[in-house]
Design a protein around this ligand. Structure first.
Ligand SMILES: C[S@@+](CC[C@H](N)C(=O)[O-])C[C@H]1O[C@@H](n2cnc3c(N)ncnc32)[C@H](O)[C@@H]1O
Ligand SMILES: *[C@@H]1O[C@H](CO)[C@@H](O)[C@H](O)[C@H]1NC(C)=O
Ligand SMILES: *[C@@H]1O[C@H](CO)[C@@H](O)[C@H](O)[C@H]1NC(C)=O
Length: 219
């Protein structure tokens, strides 16, 4: 008797689950749940950023941080990390003497974590983390920039950096290189690789390739 009712329930359940409508509900439900996780837990603070410019948080490895620092060796002054995550690059840069060392990050949880790390290591006050959209920040005051973002946003970022950065600025990219630029130095291998770029050289190259193009057109 018990078994029978159980079987009945099971059969009913199966029927419901396997019906087209039920399946649709189920997928809609999980889709919604996935979206909620993305928007609420993984990407809070990103509501105003266009979807194709959103970059999820992946922390840099120890070796990657090390490679970035090697490329920045000998440089001092201000540094900005665009999309600073838990602040590990900013903190390391501050320890290496960069001041001010600033991180831009939209995710409030990562900002809290970054501030906690700074406090724990006695760097509170030496580093700063700003809750700002990196696309809206005026970067003209920074000569040393680090980025570790997704390949899809590096192309539009090239334009912004070329337009805003001062002439002797240097940019270090982690994990993914800029698509159209030639690096002046490369450090490390595989996923930990980092690329360094000088704005001055990029602008010169840009100008000369433009000049040769217009020369071709006039000749
Ligand atoms: C791949 S993680 C790198 C984190 C950190 N720099 C590191 O190396 O460990 C990229 C970070 O950029 C942040 N981010 C993405 N788009 C942003 C934007 N428009 N403004 C500010 N931060 C952004 C993300 O929240 C994420 O934490
Ligand atoms: C970034 O590095 C350059 C080259 O070493 C240094 O002269 C400069 O002071 C740094 N940036 C700023 C804004 O100070
Ligand atoms: C950024 O700031 C500099 C110096 O304050 C200014 O000259 C420049 O026009 C600003 N750029 C943008 C895009 O707002």
């Amino acid at each position: 008797m018990e078994d029978e009712t159980q079987e009945e329930i099971l059969a009913q359940f199966k029927e419901k689950r396997l019906g087209g409508w039920g399946l649709l509900q189920l997928t809609a439900g999980t889709g919604l749940a996935a979206y909620a996780v993305w928007a609420g837990i993984l990407m809070p603070g990103f509501r105003r950023v266009p979807l194709k410019l959103q970059v999820p948080y992946i922390p840099a490895s120890k070796r990657q941080v090390c490679n970035v620092m090697t490329l920045l060796k000998g440089r001092t002054g201000s540094l900005a990390d665009l999309g600073s995550g838990d602040g590990r690059i900013v903190l390391e840069a501050s320890q290496k003497g960069f001041s001010p060392a600033v991180g831009y990050e939209l995710n409030p949880w990562l900002l809290r974590l970054a501030r906690f790390h700074a406090w724990r290591t006695g760097h509170y006050g030496k580093v700063s983390y700003r809750r700002e959209d990196l696309w809206k920040v005026n970067l003209s005051g920074y000569e040393n920039i680090t980025v570790f973002l997704a390949p899809s946003v590096l192309a539009p970022l090239q334009k912004k950096l070329l337009a805003e950065l001062p002439e002797d600025a240097m940019i270090v990219a982690g994990r993914f290189p800029f698509p159209d630029w030639t690096a002046c130095r490369i450090e490390g291998d595989g996923v930990d690789r980092a690329w360094a770029y000088h704005i001055q050289a990029l602008r010169k190259h840009h100008r000369s390739s433009k000049d040769s193009k217009s020369a071709e057109q006039t000749s």
